[in-house]
Structure formats: structure tokens, C-alpha cells
Design a protein around this ligand. Structure first.
Ligand code: BES
Ligand code: MN
Ligand code: MN
Length: 465
């Protein structure tokens, strides 16, 4: 297996089919958030089931849940050998706003970009997570068809990741034996650059809430009543603005109480990761970065907790002008959390504070959505070391451990219920526009992932002996 040429030549030989199969998968709009697409989400699970059968799994099942099904597959070659559990998701984010896509989100096209000179597949889900999940299916195909699978493997591919993984939690709690494993392997994150491989060692937690501010019992003429009653939109804007102070610290009492502070050694180590502020601001067309005083950009978006409004609405937004004081205003707010912060406690703190700061004249309702704990994986584990060796082999460089700002809330639950560590081998780039219009995934990245995954299997099995 360490003879890497074998994987390289297999991939070269089959790459066109690997791409075609992914393109077919990307054509199905498996949008879990929108019930209009229910049939498409379910159909995607079936397509994945078939692909796992073809790739060599001995058992593949569609496991029904209270929500969308989970595709489970396994190939157990010897119970004495280690077992890798691969997790991924087949659901995707809604593609809106549609008019900002250069090509339709579910009609994949291949185009070259500056960072992907060999071309990238443009489609919703190409990077998050169909493309990255499918690398694992193709890596399995390579290992089984060339008789090089060194250990046991289980697959668990869900269809509700983008809406909080509720059914997966339900499934994991009920299937601990079935899912027993030595390590969990996920490709649903990113890396620094194609020539700077990195392995994700942390994910932030999340608390997601929706707030509703109610003023007068009906919409009012803004001339007759303006200035005399609280305007829910004005009030909401002011309340939101007050959630950060002049140093961009979050003002919710108790919010930072449990926050894990890194040592200066750990922060110095982090600062070694290459980062260009100019490239960062230029890529986003912004004049400068912004954030919590006392922290670098890389720290602000990984080891520090944050609070962001994801959407805000109310009042008149149609054509022209309408003079009105709306009865209600709304916002969706997310808080990204770091190790030791408990998402349920943070949700309560938010709820209490946001209700407290509401002025007389309005009432406030805070509805919790979903959440999850942060996760950090150790770098001295066999899993991390095996992953590091795998990248070294296929990228020719030792990968940099890096904590990410994103969240995969189910990972902390895996550790709790299945007692195993997760290794996050992500091959996307931050610029791949996940959750955005024109999401794409580099063809080079896709094939590099397929090449690197079998190396992880190899080293993990070797090092577990
Ligand atoms: N794959 C992402 C998470 C991610 C992306 C982590 C890049 C690290 C780097 C995942 O599909 C996602 O979007 N998660 C959501 C949370 C979920 C509960 C909706 C997120 O991070 O917003
Ligand atoms: Mn994802
Ligand atoms: Mn996502």
C-alpha cells in the first residue's frame, strides 16, 4: 500500500468516471432545510447506498429515523483488525440567493479558477459535503478492487447535517454496538492551501437562536405614531448593537466564564501557520479585518467565541417607500463557541440577557434552534499521527494542525456516545464558497483526497498493532 503509485495510477485511470459519478450526485437537490425537496433528499440516500455496494461494502442499509434516513455500510474483513468509521452528509444547504450563481446550483459545471488551475466543479454540495464524502466511497472502491483494504470500515452518511443532525443523535444513541469503532474519519472541513496541507484539530460549538421583538399590536402610520412609541426594528437594532462593546467583546454576562484560554506557547504555535492579511482582505474586497481586540484573525475565527446576526427582517421591504412602524422585528443569531462553553447554558444566558435589555414598550421572545459543543482532537493520538503521515506521503509535506471556526456539532456527541476520537481530514479551501453562491470543489483536491485516504487506512492499521 505504501507503494503510492498504485493509488495514483488507479485514480488516473478512473478519474473521468470518478468525476461523472460525483456530477450525477450533485444534480440531485438534497436540500434538507426545505421540505419541497423531500423526495430528492431520500433519492440521494438511495444513490449513496448503491455507490457503497458497488465500492465493495458487504452490508449496506438505509436506516430509517424520525427524519431523513442514514445510509449505513460496512466491510468487516477481520474482527481483530481496527475499524474506521467514516461519517459524512449527503444533504446540502439551500442555494439561495439563486441570482448570484453564475451557473445553476444543481447543474454542475467544471471551470478553472486562480486557486484551481486544473478546474473545479461548481455546484451546491460539491465541497460541502457530497464531493468530500464521495472521496471516501472512491477510496474504498480503490482499496477493495485492488485487494488492499487493510482494516475494517463502516460508513454512516446522514441527511440532516445542515439542519442540526437531530436524527443522527437519535440513531447514534440507539446503535452504539453497530457503530463501534477505533477512530472516526470525516472529510467535511478545509485546509490552508493546496501547497500548505493542514489537518483540522478543532471545531467550534454553536448556539443558534431566533428573536422576535413585538411593539404595538398593529403596524402604525410612522407619522402619526413615530417618536411616541417604541419602533421594534429600531429597538432590535439597538439591542443587537449592544451585544458587543467597543473592543468587540460580547457583553452577555457570564458568556466568557468557561472559555478555554490558550497558553502563550499554544498561541505562538498557532501564529506559525502561514497567513497573509493582504491576501485575506483582497479576496473579500474589504479594506481591513475586524474583530475582538487582542486577538489575531486566525484566533478570532477559531479559538474565540463569537456572536453574529445571520438574518434580520421586519417592516416594509417592497418597492418604493411605505411609511410604517412595524409591529414586529426578527433576527436569527448564532454564537460560535469554544471548548468548555456549554451550548445549552450559553443559550440560557443569551435568553436571559436579551430579555433583560429590552426597553419598556416592547416584548421579546427568544426561540432556541439547535446547537452543539466545540471539539478539539489531540495531536498525539494514533489517528492524528496516521493522518499526518498520510498527508506527508501524498503532499510531500507534514500537514499543519489547525483549529477551524466551523461547526460539526455531532462530533462531540460521537465522542460521548461512541468513546472515540474524530480525525478531520478536510480537502476544501476557504475560498470554495461553501454555503455561498458558486460553491465549488477543486478536481485536484477531490483526487488528492481519494489518494490520501487509503494512506490513512494503511498507517492507522500499522500504528494500531
Ligand atoms: N462542513 C460544515 C462545517 C465546516 C466547514 C467546518 C468548514 C469546518 C470547516 C458543515 O456542513 C456546516 O456547515 N456546519 C454548520 C453547522 C450546522 C449545525 C448547520 C456550520 O458550521 O454553520
Ligand atoms: Mn458539511
Ligand atoms: Mn455545511
Amino acid at each position: 500500500m505504501t507503494s503510492m503509485n498504485s493509488a495514483k495510477s488507479y485514480i488516473e485511470h478512473h478519474q473521468e468516471r470518478f468525476l461523472d459519478e460525483l456530477i450525477e450526485l450533485l444534480k440531485i437537490p438534497s436540500i434538507s432545510a426545505d421540505s419541497k425537496y423531500k423526495d430528492d433528499v431520500i433519492k440521494t440516500a438511495d444513490v449513496i447506498k448503491t455507490s457503497l455496494e458497488k465500492a465493495g461494502c458487504d452490508i449496506v442499509e438505509i436506516c430509517e429515523t424520525p427524519g431523513y434516513p442514514i445510509v449505513y455500510g460496512e466491510k468487516i474483513i477481520d474482527p481483530n483488525l481496527p475499524t474506521i468509521l467514516v461519517y459524512g452528509h449527503y444533504d446540502v444547504q439551500p442555494p439561495d440567493p439563486l441570482d448570484l450563481w453564475d451557473s445553476p446550483p444543481f447543474e454542475p459545471v467544471i471551470k478553472k479558477t486562480d486557486l484551481h488551475p486544473n478546474g473545479a466543479i461548481f455546484a451546491r454540495g460539491s465541497c460541502d459535503d457530497k464531493g468530500q464524502m464521495y472521496m471516501h466511497v472512491k477510496a474504498l472502491e480503490y482499496m477493495t478492487s485492488t485487494n488492499q483494504l487493510p482494516c475494517n470500515v463502516k460508513f454512516m452518511i446522514e441527511g440532516e447535517e445542515e439542519v442540526g443532525s437531530e436524527s443522527l443523535g437519535w440513531f447514534v444513541e440507539r446503535n452504539q454496538d453497530k457503530l463501534a469503532n477505533d477512530v472516526i474519519l470525516i472529510s467535511d472541513t478545509g485546509m490552508i492551501a493546496n501547497d500548505i496541507p493542514s489537518i483540522t484539530t478543532g471545531l467550534r460549538g454553536l448556539s443558534y437562536v431566533e428573536v422576535e421583538v413585538t411593539g404595538p399590536n398593529r403596524d402604525l402610520h410612522s407619522g402619526l405614531y413615530g417618536g411616541a412609541v417604541a419602533n421594534p426594528i429600531n429597538v432590535l437594532a439597538k439591542m443587537i448593537a449592544s451585544l458587543h462593546d467597543e473592543n468587540n467583546h460580547i457583553t452577555i454576562p457570564g458568556f466568557y466564564d468557561e472559555v478555554e484560554e490558550l497558553t502563550s506557547e499554544e498561541r505562538a504555535k498557532m501564529a506559525e501557520a502561514p497567513f497573509s492579511k493582504d491576501a485575506y482582505t483582497q479576496a473579500l474586497d474589504i479594506e481591513d479585518v475586524y474583530g475582538e481586540a487582542g486577538y489575531t484573525t486566525n484566533e478570532r475565527n477559531s479559538i474565540r467565541p463569537t456572536l453574529d446576526v445571520n438574518g434580520i427582517w421586519g417592516g416594509y421591504i417592497g418597492e418604493g417607500a411605505k411609511t410604517v412602524i412595524a409591529s414586529k422585528a426578527f433576527a436569527k443569531i448564532s454564537m460560535r463557541l469554544v471548548p468548555n462553553q456549554d451550548w445549552e447554558r450559553i443559550t440560557e444566558l443569551f435568553q436571559k440577557h436579551f430579555t433583560n435589555i429590552a426597553p419598556k414598550g416592547v416584548t421579546v421572545e427568544v426561540k432556541p434552534h439547535h446547537g452543539g459543543q466545540a471539539y478539539v482532537t489531540p495531536i498525539d493520538s494514533i489517528g492524528y499521527q496516521a493522518a499526518s503521515k498520510a498527508y506527508e506521503k501524498t503532499f510531500g509535506k507534514v500537514p499543519i494542525p489547525q483549529r477551524s471556526g466551523g461547526s460539526i456539532p455531532i462530533v462531540a456527541l460521537f465522542e460521548k456516545e461512541l468513546k472515540s476520537k474524530t480525525i478531520l481530514m478536510g480537502f476544501g479551501l476557504d475560498s470554495d464558497a461553501i454555503h455561498s453562491p458558486n460553491e465549488h470543489f477543486g478536481i485536484w483536491n477531490y483526487l488528492k483526497g481519494i489518494e490520501t485516504i487509503p494512506q490513512f487506512y494503511h498507517y492507522f492499521t500499522e500504528m494500531s498493532k
